[in-house]
Design a protein around this ligand. Sequence first.
Ligand SMILES: [Fe+2]
Ligand SMILES: [Fe+2]
Length: 300
Amino acid sequence: MTHRPPPRTQDPAGVAQRLLRASPGPAPADPIDWDTPVPDDVWFCRPERLSLYGTPLWEEMDQQQRVELSRHEMASFMSAGIWTELCLMQLLARHMASSGNFGDSRSTYALTEVADETRHCVMFGRMIHAMGCSPYTPSAVVQRLFTFAGTLYSELSVFALALVIEEVNDRLQREIVRDERVQPLVREVCRLHVTEEARHVSFARTELLHTAARASRPHLALQRELTAVSAYVALAQRIHPDVYSAVGLDPARARREARGNPHYRQTLRWSGEKLTAFLAQAGMIGRLQRHWWRRTGLLP
Ligand SMILES: [Fe+2]
Ligand SMILES: [Fe+2]
């Protein structure tokens, strides 16, 4: 047998770039000019919504450090957005595969949502790089936890968790769209995102109510518990612990002050008030799960 040299290796990033240029989507679909420079002295989100706003540590920070914190908290928020949307896409795909309803309007919309979320993940990833940051990824333990929990979810928790991710982000992003102090790039990404998310929320709310009305009591109880614990883990990813050291703060002190910060607690409750009212009405938050929902910060 003649010896053949192994195939010549190519630069994977270069090959991916070439394939993206030749593909119809999803990457080229957004109308954002990614080459516009991002100024260093303009807020990356609303300062009042930052985890340290109003704390003694905040008072010690200068304006540039506060803006840097907004850059890294936004990069962390968007990274968590990508991770949770990827998880949601897996759940939707698994739910569709087991339902066997291929080609009807509900499954077609679920697939449309997967396509939307793919575009969102591409857009958020580009935004993180345009902001001059690297993505913040959840720990390996959290990723493995999700892989395990994902096998236990039924459509009840799939749609409830879709709402947890979508409604909380939606409320914060709508506010950013209207705030002229925030970077134009961030406002434009949020504007594009909330337009499509409004349809996802309407789909998930309808599917959740339809399914909950037909669920047995034991099934509802198990899915309620799973949803509560998963919501806590998912929402805890939004501010990565490395955010504080990235802007030169003592991470232990920053985390402590953020946890006790009444402004930030109020932000969390405000972002979740519509969601938790709906989930309670739908039978997805019971007395036994309230401690988990309090730990998310969404319930007082
Ligand atoms: Fe999305
Ligand atoms: Fe969505």
